[in-house]
Ligand binder design. Structure first.
Ligand code: AMP
Length: 433
């Protein structure tokens, strides 16, 4: 199989490593990739949303299958583009991802909320506001208890969610979002949501449009500071699996959330093919959906794929052309802990181009490159989130400690990482022993 992987983050390095080690791969291309993915295949410069250029490249190189890492090409309709090409006499190139319609589960929070209500999927109460319905929005805010959650409808690079304890500030921010379009077109519509109390968890599933299966559970750590403080980031670390995602909890997620979601899309004529990320709040043992993503998450992917034993070529080709029902999805039962090394100043202004020292990992530990590039002097930083260190262990503490031990050996100016990844889950385990 010849596969083209789209993206350049830690998630894509995890995909690239898993694809490259499959005996079924003939050639892997990564567009654009990073300093780590360079060892897994041929890097090429293609924009993930330039479908004409991607199509021409795939025809020229006889690509069989495209694996989109990030959401942008999916929300922009890469799957529909390639199936239309094939329907009009073009080459048949498979894409392991959902259609544009199904990708709205991530691309529009308003669509996804309405979808959940249509199919009885448990989620936070919400009200959608435009500039013509601001007054109703204020009244809905008045009816809620603090803190207040505001969400830009469209894609806002993970920054479109505002949570504030102040009703006044919530009203001001709401007005700013819809009237001044603080997030551009993404905040023409804004969802006001009931705040859900509990512990967050991400659950990942795969589907080929007919059958679906769980991949794994994971927890990510979004805030920059230890103890979940400070600004939101793309993700500072992850743990997989999550201790409270036991059989009872996962069967609730299956029956009340995953099955109605996949069946709902089938009923609407748009069966879901791809990776589905379900962001949940565990509200006293009852799962409620916070959001869907229509692709793998980053850094959860780094933790989950380190545990995954199923052949990645089998997995992505089954997603695209059927066979998920018969494919055994197996995972290492141990825990994976991912600690993300980030640039100084992140998530604000960062300095790039810092030379990195990356000694070989010790123990059962892997490095996934994210914001790195190759220079004549060696590997340099090229983004905010730089390198994901993922280690395996028989407990969260063992995995996290090994990840930290390795993280401490990696050097670049301004390097920062959180040392408390998994602490909350360890506390949970102690309380429920
Ligand atoms: P989202 O982009 O929808 O995942 O929101 C980003 C983050 O905001 C989530 O990971 C949660 O930590 C938080 N969040 C979003 N919606 C809610 C909610 N209704 N209640 C509590 N926290 C929320």
């Amino acid at each position: 199989m010849k596969i083209l992987l789209l993206g350049s983050g830690g998630r894509e390095h995890a995909f690239a490593k898993a694809l490259a080690k499959s005996p079924k791969i003939d050639q892997l291309y990564i567009a654009p990739g990073n300093a780590g993915t360079a060892a897994c295949g041929i890097q090429i410069s293609l924009k993930a949303t330039d479908f004409d250029a991607i199509y021409s490249f795939c025809v020229a190189e006889n690509i069989d299958l495209i694996v989109p890492g990030p959401e942008d090409p999916l929300v922009a309709g890469i799957v529909d583009y390639f199936s239309e090409k094939a329907a009009h006499g073009g080459r048949q190139i498979l894409v392991a991802g959902p259609s544009k319609y199904a990708a709205q589960l991530e691309g529009s929070k308003d669509f996804s909320k309405a979808f959940m209500l249509r199919h009885g999927v448990p989620t936070a109460a919400a009200f959608t506001v435009t500039k013509d319905t601001l007054e109703e929005g204020y009244a809905f805010l008045d009816s809620l208890q603090a803190p207040y959650v505001l969400k830009a409808d469209g894609l806002a690079a993970g920054k479109g969610v505002i949570i504030t304890p102040s009703l006044e500030e919530a009203k001001r921010t709401l007005e700013d979002m819809v009237v001044n379009e603080t997030f551009g077109k993404a905040s023409e519509k804004v969802l006001i949501e009931e705040f859900l109390h509990g512990i967050e968890i991400s659950v990942f599933a795969v589907s080929d449009g007919k059958d679906w299966k769980f991949l794994a559970s994971a927890k990510d750590y979004k805030r920059i500071g230890e103890g979940d403080t400070g600004l939101n980031t793309g993700g500072m670390g992850a743990i997989s699996p999550v201790p409270f995602a036991d059989e009872v909890f996962m069967s609730k997620v299956a029956d009340r959330i995953a099955t109605p979601t996949f069946e709902g899309l089938k009923q609407e004529g748009h069966p879901f093919k791809g990776f589905l990320f379900i962001g949940l709040m565990n509200c006293n043992g009852e799962p409620k959906v916070i959001e869907y993503n229509v692709r793998m998450g980053d850094p959860e992917t780094e933790s989950i794929f380190t545990r995954l034993q199923t052949d990645m070529v089998d997995l992505v080709s089954s997603i695209a052309s059927g066979g998920i029902g018969a494919l055994p999805v197996t995972l290492d039962p141990r825990t994976a802990a991912t600690v993300f090394l980030v640039s100084g100043g992140y998530p604000g202004d960062i300095e790039k181009g810092k030379l990195m020292q990356i000694p070989a990992a010790v123990g059962d530990c892997v490095y996934y490159h994210a914001g790195t590039a190759q220079s004549e002097q060696g590997v340099i930083t090229s983004g905010g989130r730089v390198l994901a260190v993922t280690a395996m262990g028989h407990s969260i503490a063992e995995a996290r400690d090994l990840a930290m031990k390795n993280a401490q050996t990696i050097q670049f100016e301004g390097c920062y990482f959180r040392r408390d990844i998994g602490n909350d889950l360890m506390e949970y385990e102690q309380q429920h022993d």
